[in-house]
Design a protein around this ligand. Sequence first.
Ligand SMILES: CCC1=C(C)/C(=C/C2=NC(=C\c3[nH]c(/C=C4\NC(=O)[C@H](C)[C@H]4CC)c(C)c3CCC(=O)O)/C(CCC(=O)O)=C2C)NC1=O
Length: 169
Amino acid sequence: MRDAVTTLIRNYDVAGRYFDRNALDSLKSYFESGTARVAVATMISANAASIVKQAGSKLFEELPELIRPGGNAYTTRRYSACLRDMDYYLRYASYALIAGDTDVLDERVLQGLRETYNSLGVPVGPTVIGIQIMKDIVKEMAAEAGISDTACVDSPFDYMSRELGEVDV
Ligand SMILES: CCC1=C(C)/C(=C/C2=NC(=C\c3[nH]c(/C=C4\NC(=O)[C@H](C)[C@H]4CC)c(C)c3CCC(=O)O)/C(CCC(=O)O)=C2C)NC1=O
């Protein structure tokens, strides 16, 4: 599992090069956004249950067929599995946010997930919508908490959405 710094070191070491301007710029931006990233991750930890609950309600309000007979989140067991998955996405997004790198998502979340979802008929499009709803909630909370630079929040949620979304294309 890598973070922004270890990824950079690895790439430069492979090439046997000293850090150049690009490396230093990306390190600078990693450290400069550090306080905001830690603040957002702290906020996610403190509000995870409520973020997942809100996002779930919004998702099922937008796509009520998911929880009707024949829907993939129909029955209490599958409804809970769906919210549990949302909770996984949120928790790992907070890790990736701190790492400043999406490697943890590849390694712990996305690997084999498409196959699992396909075999269980879990619809990818609505899952991506759920991930995006959580992103919006987190960004809104961050803005309300006075964290001005919320651009860094997008990356982990968008990465999971993109990687999952490719399945159905
Ligand atoms: C930490 C990494 C990790 C992930 C990401 C993960 C996902 C994951 N979601 C699963 C199931 C599931 N996932 C969903 C999710 C949904 N259904 C919908 O209609 C919605 C769109 C969506 C919620 C947003 C559902 C309903 C199931 C149960 C499907 C079934 O058993 O029929 C399963 C199958 C095994 C199980 O039920 O536990 C896995 C492995 N597991 C992991 O360890």
